[in-house]
Design a protein around this ligand. Structure first.
Ligand SMILES: *Cc1c(COP(=O)(O)O)cnc(C)c1O
Length: 398
């Protein structure tokens, strides 16, 4: 290996996205090579011993490290402004590895009530078995976070903006609460990505990613990552190399190429989403639109301050509850009816009966998931086609 392109402090995000972590081999290739190899060989017994003991840097086994995976890790770490990144087999594996690395029996998590469904299941069904308990609070209510802290609280966990209601929490304030109580703050930055939000610069200790979403951006592969300081990431790395939720080199390569265009895609996604949100807000069949990019959003000022854009996930409520919402979804011909997001293809779903279907009626009430709510993750098709596809069902309601 030669010419590691170690990130330069002065490089802008767009440059880091294209150049950071590129490790050129003796072939002097221009692109990022894939290393589909389980293990690595050595020139001598002494070299093998030095690599195994860690005395000399280098690869041993792809469950531990792999050059293709390392390129993705270094690039994402540079873009998030973290010291180190550990890639994982999925976004859920990133959250699990973080919890196993940092927490032990008796520790407590304080988490936002508006989290990805599987994250809640992981906390409530599986971490609870290990004696790690989770308390949930309203995402934007800083007093509620403060009130939920106990001497056993070790981790604060949030997604901002939330899905699908686009609520926002002040990351810098939340980081202050965490620090005061000696706890870590982890932000799941899936919806905005480092192109639009830098939680570490705002004081977060850890950034979680489902690379499956916008980092890939084309719905091709499952993967995840944790970014943060060397100290904590060394523990996360220990979990991944021992327990095995490592990222495959093939998927790492896809994500590395995805990062190269991330800033352009996020800008285009956001532009489409803003136009759609404004149009929906003016449509007579629409009761309410949830998008932090709208000036009517109650936290628009905070979102504008801490984000460099507003992303492309938005919710809106139609008049007429489930029947009306389903009719709008069923009238589409272009949009994909699916719970996924972060793709160039626009997706549409009815949260109450899909992504949030397992919540009780009370839980849905608290979370604001009504029967009339529709979520759209706006893709990169032509805006007029996306709008026309939604207008078909919406116009029929008035
Ligand atoms: C999808 C998602 C996850 C889980 O990621 P996977 O790659 O599906 O395991 C975690 N958090 C958020 C916000 C997500 O959207």
């Amino acid at each position: 290996m030669q010419q590691d392109q170690t990130p330069q402090q002065e490089w802008a995000l767009e440059t880091l996205a294209i150049r950071a972590g590129h490790q050129r081999t003796h072939e002097q290739e221009h692109g990022e090579p894939i290393f589909p190899t389980s293990s690595f060989v050595y020139g001598s017994a002494a070299e093998a011993a030095a690599k195994f003991s860690g005395e000399e840097p280098g690869n041993v086994y792809s469950r531990f490290t792999n050059p293709t995976v390392r390129t993705f890790e270094q690039r994402l770490a540079a873009m998030e402004g973290g010291e180190r990144c550990v890639a994982t087999s999925s976004g859920m594996a990133a959250i699990l590895a973080t919890a196993l690395a940092l927490l032990k029996a008796g520790d407590e998590i304080v988490a936002s009530r508006s989290l990805f469904g599987s994250t809640v299941s992981l906390f409530d069904k599986y971490l609870s078995k290990l004696g790690i308990t989770t308390r949930y609070v309203e995402l934007s209510d800083l007093e509620a976070w403060e009130a939920a802290m106990t001497p056993a609280t070790r981790l604060l966990f949030a997604e901002t903006p939330s899905n699908p209601l686009s609520e926002v929490v002040d990351i810098a304030q939340l980081a202050r609460i965490a620090r005061r109580h000696g706890a870590w703050l982890a932000i799941d930055n899936c919806f905005l990505t480092p192109a639009l939000q830098k939680p570490i610069a705002l004081g977060a200790d850890l950034v979680i990613h489902s690379a499956t979403k916008y980092l890939d951006g084309q719905g091709r592969a499952i993967g995840g990552a944790v970014v943060g300081r060397d100290k904590e990431l060394e523990e996360v790395f220990g979990v991944v190399r021992t327990c095995g939720p490592c990222l495959s080199p093939f998927n790492a390569w896809i994500f590395t190429k995805g990062l190269e265009t991330l800033h352009l895609r996020m800008r285009a996604h956001g532009e489409n989403a803003r136009i759609l949100a404004e149009w929906l807000e003016g449509h007579p069949a629409v009761e309410k639109v949830y998008y932090s990019g709208l000036t009517t959003h109650p936290q628009h000022e905070l979102a504008s301050r801490q984000q460099q854009g507003f992303g492309a996930v938005l919710g809106f409520e139609v008049k007429g509850a489930r029947e009306a919402a389903w009719s709008v979804i069923d009238a589409t011909r272009l949009l994909s009816i699916t719970g996924n997001l972060g793709d160039v293809k626009t997706t549409i779903t009815h949260p109450a009966t899909t992504t949030h279907g397992r919540l009780s009626a009370d839980q849905k009430d608290v979370a604001g998931i009504t029967e009339g709510l529709i979520r759209v993750a706006v893709g990169l098709e032509a805006m007029e086609d996306i709008r026309a596809d939604l207008a078909r069902g919406l116009d029929a309601l008035v």
